[in-house]
Every structure is written in C-alpha cells, then in structure tokens.
Design a protein around this ligand. Structure first.
Ligand SMILES: [Zn+2]
Length: 97
C-alpha cells in the first residue's frame, strides 16, 4: 500500500475536514491502540486534522472519516501507476466505484 494509493482512493481529500492541501495519512485506530496498517484503517488526512486527532480513537477525538475506509477499487492502482489513462483503455476498465 502506498500513500498515493490511499490519496487516490480518498479522492485527494482529507476525510475529516475535506481539505485538499497538505495531505498525509491517518490511522483511524492509532497504531499505539492496536490499529492495523490495512486499507480499512487508513485514510487521507490533512496535517491539521492529523495533529488535532493525534493519538486518539475517533470517538475520543469526535472525528470520523467521511467515508468508511475500504480496499480501493482496482482502477485506483492503474491511476496511480499511470496518471493519464489512455482513452482506448476505458472500455476495458470497470466503472469507478
Ligand atoms: Zn483535515
């Protein structure tokens, strides 16, 4: 898993405030609290929200991701590997989730 793929899945948007700048990744359940590094526990997050949430659980910080994180659609990996998808490929790709 790469940060870029997480950002692409989350549409380059902070999953807490909607900001599109200064993005990093956040463990929804902090690793110090037993959270995993799986897709389901990582969201795109701006550094401001990351600092605000710090090492707390979502209900402690009262910060919940806008979308429940999940493994990304396979096309995310194609977008990450190839930012501009040739038009001729479109017919072969499933519709974006
Ligand atoms: Zn934010």
């Amino acid at each position: 898993m790469t940060r870029r793929a997480v950002f692409a899945r989350d549409d380059w948007t902070c999953q807490y405030c909607g900001s599109r700048s200064d993005l990093t990744v956040d463990h929804v359940i902090p690793r110090s609290k037993g959270g995993s590094s799986e897709w389901e526990n990582i969201v795109a997050c701006c550094s401001t929200c990351n600092r605000r949430k710090a090492d707390r659980l979502p209900h402690q910080a009262r910060m919940f991701p806008r979308h429940s994180p999940r493994p990304p659609h396979p096309s995310v990996f194609i977008q990450v590997a190839c930012p501009r998808i040739p038009d001729s490929w479109q017919a072969w790709l499933p519709q974006a989730a």
